[in-house]
Design a protein around this ligand. Structure first.
Ligand code: NAD
Ligand code: MG
Length: 380
């Protein structure tokens, strides 16, 4: 079994990844968090990694003090994240939230490490750079996002046959069926109550705006080399069918399972092997209904904007992603309304300067420009 470097170990995906590591005695040689030094210390004491990295450099002293009586080496900042991602011959699990995951992902790939990727913003913002690097350094990119893991699993038996369509399922989130008018003043608490999944705050808001499905649409384009018109989004309210692929002859292969991220996480860790998982198994007798519907892109404008962005290409997906990250932060801090998030994302597509073939430097500038656009838009 590969030794694991876990970026974002204190989050929802990070802690579930450690659950899988516990169940299979997988060795974890590095852990990282943004600011939760208390939980990072606890995890380091349990897993005895070689390294623990705190992304927020102001907390370096705190973490160093907490781990002073251990052999764990303490690093900080993006530099520290890139250093552990590049440790030789490891599998890097990227469970960071946001575009902050992009540079460490590139560092892992350039060091020849396979990457198990939960951090979808990596592919949304830097899809071309990342997929080019994956080819150049001949590494594997294993999806953790449940829908993309499902598609990846459905393609395992394809024997080189290309899909004719990817069917990307969506739960629809807590506001499925609501109108624009009903959405203007929904509260943070309502938006944070996802019907099927228990996740970090940012992705939970993204699921409520359907930006998450927009990000996943773009993620699928890069992971599977799909054209945007080959991806169909289907609302599957119960989150039992995690996605499907259709082939030329009309056969549709789907992946089903209980809504527990430990199944796709484990598959990315043990691929191509399968073994017992801590998640509950699905009994089809417990599934009362399986319903299907179309997403409402007029109400959920984030989804429409993300689709327009990938069709436009270049820096456009990065611009909408970063505008969304900035707007979600403002919403979670009670600074803007729920419906403002969609306005920020759609507006960024028009307003943030477009670059056809962005370098990493260009993408980081696009991030800055999108953040400035959002902060100016809501400054009064
Ligand atoms: P989370 O907020 O629960 O955890 C995020 C982790 O990243 C934490 O460990 C945090 O310390 C770290 N982090 C945050 N900002 C950072 C920064 N600037 N630099 C370095 N580290 C930072 O988020 P999550 O729900 O676990 O999601 C993580 C990623 O996985 C996201 O990209 C999300 O879209 C994706 N994802 C999550 C789920 C889920 O069920 N939670 C499902 C599919 C995909
Ligand atoms: Mg998903």
């Amino acid at each position: 079994m590969d030794k694991i470097i876990l970026l974002g170990s204190t989050g929802s995906i990070g802690t579930q990844t450690l659950d899988v590591c516990r169940a299979h005695n997988i060795e974890v040689t590095a852990l990282s968090a943004n600011s939760d030094t208390e939980l990072l210390e606890k995890q380091a004491r349990e897993f005895s990694p070689e390294y623990a990295v705190i992304a927020d450099e102001t907390l370096y002293g705190d973490l160093k003090r907490r781990l002073a009586d251990t052999n764990v080496k303490v690093l900080a900042g993006e530099k520290g994240l890139c250093e552990i991602a590049a440790l030789p011959k490891r599998k890097v699990v990227n469970a960071i939230v946001g575009m902050a995951g992009l540079v460490p992902t590139l560092s892992a790939i350039k060091a020849g490490n396979d990457v198990a990727l939960a951090n979808k913003e990596t592919l949304v913002t830097g899809g071309k750079l990342v997929t080019d690097a994956v080819k150049r350094y001949n590494v594997k990119l294993l999806p953790i996002d449940s829908e993309h893991s499902a598609i990846f699993q459905c393609l395992q038996g394809a024997c080189g046959n290309r899909f004719s369509k990817i069917i990307l399922t969506a739960s629809g989130g807590p506001f499925y069926g609501k109108t624009c008018a009903e959405l203007i003043n929904v509260t943070k608490e309502q938006a944070l109550a996802h019907p099927n999944w228990n996740m970090g705050a940012k992705i939970t808001i993204d699921s409520a705006t359907l930006m998450n499905k927009g990000l996943e649409f773009i993620e699928a384009v890069w992971l599977f080399g799909a054209k945007p018109e080959e991806i169909e989004i289907v609302v599957q309210r119960q989150s039992i069918i995690h996605s499907a692929v259709e082939f030329e002859d009309g056969a549709v292969i789907a992946q089903l399972g209980s809504a527990d991220m430990r199944i796709p996480i484990q598959y990315a860790l043990t691929y191509p092997e399968r073994s017992k998982c801590p998640a509950k198994k699905l009994s089809l007798f417990d599934v009362k209904d399986l319903t299907f519907g179309k997403p409402d892109e007029e109400t959920f404008v984030c989804l429409a904007a993300a689709k327009r962005a990938i069709k436009k290409g270049g820096s456009a997906p990065c611009a909408v992603n970063c505008a969304n990250e900035a707007a979600v932060r403002l919403f979670l801090n009670d600074k803007i309304r729920f419906s403002d998030i969609g306005e920020a994302v759609s507006g960024a597509l028009e307003d943030v300067p477009f670059i056809e073939n962005p370098t990493l430097y260009d993408l980081l500038n696009t991030q800055k420009a999108a953040e400035e656009y959002v902060s100016k838009k809501f400054s009064n």
